[in-house]
Design a protein around this ligand. Structure first.
Ligand code: CP
Length: 303
């Protein structure tokens, strides 16, 4: 495997091997060890055409902890602003002998297009509405770290499914690992063809979260909406926000997840945020370990 572009198509064996390697790095990080030399002499370039805090910073940290050199391209101050195309930008980075390029873009298919024309390994850091594979992997890692297993667990993904590459990647990954997935959200934020994805489309919050071990809520992606898809945020929060009352029907051991960034009090109520059942910050730490594992395995030819 040269690139990581999506979850769809990955086998459970490949996913488990990434999670196993991530567990090794997570234990090391928890013990305060951040110094490795697996990527010594390698160059990792991040190229983000969309804003990011978690994905970009954790790829940069992961690469540095593994001993790599890291270059972050800020699109706002790059030659993209002079009209350089995506492919010419990719070829330029390849000519600098980049070993890994991490790319995020608002258009679906960008990482695939780039992977097809460079020698470097390409990792998709999120492309439009299509995929966010490292987010789904870090979510799976967080779930497995809590429960010790995945097969037979029940999960609900709630909210703006239509605009969520996180939802799409998680639906495929959870099903591959044997997790039963419910989805629920406003009718205007459900994508056409959702029935063809390997998930159960629910018609009420009660039905969606019933007996679930994992309740994942998604950020309202105002930047991808053309308008008119939502009532006021307060109305959304009443109908689709996750709070303690909603979770009464979930399993006793429920964990609440959110990919971040959170609109506080909208997707997650204050009686859930910043409590022990909310895993959003632990997801971020998982992301570091998972991205270390991926960089190590891709650059080392182990995937
Ligand atoms: N979850 C996620 O992708 O966050 P960022 O947009 O901050 O990278």
């Amino acid at each position: 495997m040269k690139d990581l572009l999506a979850i769809r198509g990955l086998t459970s064996e490949t996913i488990e091997s990434i999670l196993d390697r991530a567990a090794y790095y997570k234990t090391s990080l928890d013990n305060g060890n951040k110094c490795f030399d697996k990527l010594k002499g390698k160059l990792v370039i991040t190229l983000f055409y969309e804003n990011s805090t978690r994905t970009r910073a954790s790829f940069e940290s992961a690469a540095k902890y593994l001993g790599a050199e890291v270059v972050n391209i800020s699109v706002a101050s790059s030659s993209v602003q002079k009209g350089e195309t995506l492919i010419d930008t990719a070829l330029t980075l390849d000519a600098m002998k980049a070993d890994v390029i991490v790319v995020r873009h608002s258009l679906a298919g960008t990482a695939d297009a780039m992977a097809g024309c460079v020698k470097a390994h390409v990792i998709n850091g999120g492309d439009g509405l299509h995929a966010h594979p490292t987010q789904a992997l870090l979510d799976a890692f967080t779930i497995k770290e809590k429960f010790g297993y995945t097969k037979g667990l029940k999960a609900a993904i709630i909210g703006d499914i239509k605009h969520s590459r996180v939802a799409r990647s998680n639906i495929y990954l959870m099903r591959t690992l044997g997790i039963d997935v419910n989805v629920y959200g406003p009718a205007t934020l459900m994508p056409k063809g959702i029935e063809q994805l390997p998930c159960n489309v629910c018609s009420s919050m009660e039905e969606a979260v019933k007996d679930c071990n994992v309740v994942m809520t998604l950020r309202i992606q105002a930047e991808r909406m053309k308008g008119g898809l939502l009532p006021a945020l307060g109305e959304y929060s009443k109908a689709f926000g996750i709070n303690r009352a909603v979770l009464a029907g979930a399993a006793d051991d429920v964990m609440v997840m959110h990919p971040g960034p959170v609109n506080r009090g909208v997707e997650l109520a204050y009686d859930v945020l910043d409590t022990d059942i909310c895993y959003k910050d632990r997801q971020v730490t998982s992301g570091l370990a998972v991205r270390m594992a991926l960089l190590d395995m891709l650059a080392g030819g182990e995937l």
